[in-house]
Design a protein. Structure first.
Length: 285
């Protein structure tokens, strides 16, 4: 089992010293990865399910934050949970992700892409909310095409994106591809993970039966697409006070990574919580 930790700027704030201190603490404690969430814009009345989001929540740009974190750390992997893929142009995104991966010496390896659940956010970005799934699928194809393309250039003709003979450098660090995990809490997200993703990171308040169904759907979709279902990573959220038997239960369900967070906002309390978790699961190196 791998263990990651999430840093939510809406909860913790955007103080640069605290972000760096938290990332270094997570690395010191032996966590594999650090995740940041994304919203590009909010507005009065924006809600995810029954939960209304205060429009002043400070959602910092996750890729800029991860680049900042990379400069202050040495080992921890960088992840998004989730990046709202339909609202990013894949030609620009391919360059940004490859650049972070190069500058971090190969640590931009846990991109998790989602669709977004706020219609007003889609409108602000000029995206038809109803087509964002197809747009995300196409964007994944474009990212991979550009990363793998050589000096002769690559071309693409799709519903949303089209170009001819594009050459995109730098390439990811010592690689021709970066992993793309799929986030979400729907059966469509599970199918997307199987057909196009390198892993599935479901969120949401799902019951055990639905979670099991979605993971099996991801695996069966991979097999139907001619991909190896055993190659899919399975990431789930966990709690900072979760017992060992809960982790064992998740492992039995096929989970390969657990991402936790701390409720504490003060550095001393964060250190106590993350250190206790790391000690319980033997993370400290």
């Amino acid at each position: 089992m791998k263990f990651g930790v999430s840093y939510s700027t809406p909860h913790f704030g955007v103080d640069p010293d605290k972000i760096v201190a938290f990332a270094r603490l997570a690395e010191e404690c032996g966590f594999e990865s650090l995740y940041l969430p994304e919203h590009i814009v909010l507005y009065p009345g924006a809600a995810v399910g029954p939960y209304e989001l205060p429009p002043t929540l400070p959602y910092a740009d996750p890729l800029d934050c991860l680049s900042f974190v990379a400069a202050a750390t040495e080992r921890i992997l960088l992840g998004t949970g989730v990046l709202l893929l339909p609202y990013h142009h894949p030609v620009i995104l391919a360059k940004r992700l490859a650049t972070i991966d190069v500058l971090s010496k190969g640590r931009m390896r846990l991109l998790t892409a989602g669709l977004g659940a706020l219609p007003g956010e889609a409108r602000a970005m000029g995206v038809d909310y109803a087509t964002r799934g197809r747009r995300a699928d196409e964007a994944i194809d474009v990212l991979r095409l550009l990363w793998a393309g050589g000096e002769d250039g690559v071309s693409f003709a799709g519903e949303f994106f089209s170009f001819e003979n594009l050459v995109s450098f730098p390439k990811p660090h010592q690689a021709t591809q970066l992993p793309v995990h799929i986030g979400g809490s729907s059966r469509a997200a599970a199918r997307r993970a199987g057909r196009r993703g390198d892993g599935y990171f479901p969120g949401g308040a799902l019951d055990a039966q639905e979670r099991a169904l979605q993971w099996e759907l991801a695996r069966s979709s991979a097999a139907e697409a001619g991909r190896d279902p055993d190659a899919l990573e399975y990431t789930r959220f966990g709690s900072i006070d979760m017992p060992v038997d809960r982790v064992e239960e998740l492992a039995a369900q096929g989970v390969t990574r657990v991402v936790v967070s701390t409720a504490a906002t003060e550095p001393g309390e964060q250190r106590a919580e993350l250190s206790a978790f790391a000690g319980q699961f033997g993370l400290t190196q």
